[in-house]
Design a protein around this ligand. Structure first.
Ligand SMILES: [Zn+2]
Length: 332
């Protein structure tokens, strides 16, 4: 498979040795790009090495990144639960004795931020400003309260900010509200590796949009165009396996075409049900797991911090119901 070279350097979180080999390789090889992160029982995290000092960590929520700098470690996204966050912290300690000094959050969903509860106190936490707002709004949920003392200490307000942290050159990107209003892509220009967060969730053909966090499909297309305008070569998605530029180009083209189809049918005055019929798409009730697909990203308690509880949330389309989301946007 495409990432065999990279998969060969993977190891289970419990293992210490990078050259571990067959067992880890087999587990990784079974997880094609469509496999995604959902639907499996909890298992040890899988650590994949991309560069001498750059890793991505699969399992127990969204993908995380571990970037080892001169004197400390930068972690991108922190898993779904406090125990999973603790496991990630333990895995970092197996990679390097350097302390975790910085966490960067790609967005506010629980499967990316709730593991913060197990991270050291007093570290720098960087997020897009809207992500911080969404995290603060989740403070009255149990998961939100558990990370109340791990709110972002620094917010990104521009579309592009360069930073050097622990000697590592980072570029933080935000183009438009897309998956959520506070998406942040973490780019390593020197390595041409980008961590996209849930802008890309490899198991889902179309983007996941949290309308309750003011995400939009239009903003998603803007974001993908922005991502593809960089010179990034390797993309670690929020869920699923490493992607190459051609994968993202296809994802964008397929999504834009689908969006245009939905728009055209809506412009003809068709109802949402008729649009679905026109696309040969089964109604949502006929699809498995009405709650975002089986174990889909963000399928944490309450859909993650910031998701309004109760009826207000229920009235909105599920984040995986791309047709309903686009229909809602164009009918506004
Ligand atoms: Zn998400």
């Amino acid at each position: 498979m495409r990432n065999k070279k990279q998969a060969a350097k993977s190891f289970r979180g419990a293992a210490l040795v990078l050259t571990l080999g067959a067992a880890a390789l087999m587990v990784s090889a079974q997880q094609g790009p469509a496999g995604g992160a959902g639907g499996r029982a909890p298992q040890p995290l899988m650590v994949h090495q991309l560069k001498p000092n750059v890793y991505w960590v699969e399992g127990a929520g969204g993908n995380s990144a571990v970037i080892v700098g001169n004197n400390g470690v930068i972690v991108v996204d922190t898993k779904t639960t406090a125990p999973a966050g603790a496991e990630l912290v333990a895995d970092v300690a197996k990679i390097t004795p350097k302390p975790i000094t910085t966490v960067i959050l790609t967005h506010s969903d629980g499967d990316h931020v709730n593991g913060l509860a197990s991270f050291p106190a007093g570290i720098a936490i960087i997020a897009q400003e809207n992500c911080k707002t969404e995290m603060q709004a989740a403070g009255n949920t149990p998961a939100g309260a558990a990370i109340a003392d791990h709110m972002p200490t620094r917010t990104v307000t521009k579309n592009m900010e360069d930073a050097t942290i622990e000697g590592v050159h980072l570029r933080l990107l935000h183009f438009a509200p897309a998956h959520t209003s506070g998406d942040l892509m973490v780019y390593l220009p020197d390595d041409k590796i980008m961590f996209t967060g849930d802008i890309v969730a490899a198991q889902s053909p179309y983007p996941l949009i949290h309308t309750e966090k003011n995400g939009t499909s239009d903003g998603w297309i803007t974001t993908m165009n922005g991502i593809l305008a960089t010179d990034a070569v390797t993309f670690v998605p929020g869920h699923g396996d490493v992607q190459m530029k051609a994968d993202l180009q296809k994802r964008l083209a397929d999504t834009a075409a689908r969006r245009d189809q939905i728009k055209a049918l809506a412009a003809q005055g068709k109802s949402l049900d008729d649009v679905r019929q026109g696309l040969n798409e089964p109604p949502p009730a006929a699809r498995p797991g009405g709650g975002g697909g089986p174990g889909g990203p963000g399928a944490g308690p309450g859909g993650g911090p910031g998701a309004p509880a109760g009826a207000a949330g229920a009235a909105r389309p599920n984040m995986a119901d791309f047709t309903a989301i686009v229909y809602g946007e164009v009918k506004k």
